[in-house]
Design a binder for this molecule. Structure first.
Ligand code: DGY
Length: 322
């Protein structure tokens, strides 16, 4: 019997590609370059399933073409699905799955990386050494701040928010505040205090870290008013999605010194970066590395395989989004 076909928009880690190929007739994007809308339409419509990533914009046209062709499942390689028009998928009776859980630790670790890099001015120091400008040790050189005992405010206390809070509280002795739409019991296991608004969180945190999903209700959840509530020493960290921060307001606050700095891994319109963000001082900017560990990237592929296999066998999806 022939295997079901699946269209994969980017190359994966070898073990995950091998596992997928065992069960499916796979078309990989051999060149591993971003695909045009036309190529996505062609690929989706001509396969039983498709496995896009966060860097593919799967809009209503692509969904309609996919549903009008062979495609019945979009098995996203990644947990965030804001790049997929979910309403269109539901309207066309296409199923969508994602890969939750397996990138929690990697993303939490990267959040702490950004917090530490900002606090200890590690980016500035690295640039200074590489430029040959280091004049030697002195008591006043690149003095940063300790994270110990400071307060971390988390927007979105889901899996990743909790993993960040756990590291910050138990690893660095940080006090945890959090904002979350639904109530979370028992201080989220970190003796945390839930607050009623993002502005209250911002006004009372030394670090504000975003971990909510990008959705219509979270677009610019960190807006100009919330940023204005932050103290001049406070830092913004974003490893969630660019859309959840008002980048122009953030850049203005960095430039005027209204806040202390920002560590960003995600951007609106990435890989393009808002020129105001690029020009702003006191930033650490990374290229969407949250899930970029060998372990997480293999596990993400395996999750796609599990979901696609369940679907092919007529079983419920393990990680159904739509
Ligand atoms: C995700 O899974 O949503 C990440 O942002 C991509 O690694």
């Amino acid at each position: 019997m022939s295997k079901p076909s699946i269209f994969v928009t980017r190359r994966w880690a070898a073990p995950a590609e091998a596992a997928l190929s065992e069960h499916f007739d796979v078309t990989f994007n051999e060149a591993d370059a971003p695909l045009s809308k036309e190529a996505l339409i062609e690929g989706f419509a001509s396969h039983d399933m498709a496995a896009p990533t966060v860097s593919d914009r799967i809009d209503a046209d692509i969904i309609a073409a996919a549903a009008g062709g062979k495609c019945r499942l979009i098995a996203n390689y990644g947990v965030g699905v804001n790049h997929i028009d979910l309403e269109a998928a539901a309207a066309h009776d296409l199923r969508v799955s994602n890969t939750p859980g397996v990138l929690t630790d990697a993303t939490a670790d990267l959040t702490l990386t950004l917090m530490l890099m900002l606090s200890r001015r590690a980016g500035e120091g690295e640039r200074e050494v590489r430029a040959g400008n280091w004049a030697g040790w002195r008591p006043t050189h690149l003095v940063g701040r300790s994270m110990t005992g400071k307060r971390l405010g988390i927007i979105g206390m889901g899996r990743i928010g909790k993993a960040v809070a756990h590291r910050a509280h138990f690893g660095f002795g940080m006090d945890i505040l959090f904002y979350n739409r639904s109530t979370i019991a028992d201080g989220a296991g970190v003796n945390g205090r839930q607050v009623d608004s993002v502005a209250e969180l911002c006004a009372n945190s030394d670090y504000v870290s975003l971990h909510c999903a990008a959705a219509p209700e979270t677009v610019n959840i960190l807006d100009a008013a919330a940023i204005a509530a932050m103290s001049p020493d406070a830092y913004v960290i974003n490893t969630a999605r660019g859309d959840v921060v008002d980048e122009d307001a953030l850049a203005a606050a960095l430039t005027s010194g209204a806040i202390g700095g920002a560590g960003l891994d995600v951007y609106q319109g990435e890989p393009a970066i808002n020129p105001a963000i690029l020009a702003a001082p006191n930033t650490v900017l990374l290229p969407h590395l949250g899930s970029a560990t060998a372990e997480a990237r293999v596990a993400m592929g395996m999750k796609v395989v599990e979901n696609a296999c369940a679907f092919a066998a007529g079983n419920p999806l393990i990680d159904q989004v739509v």
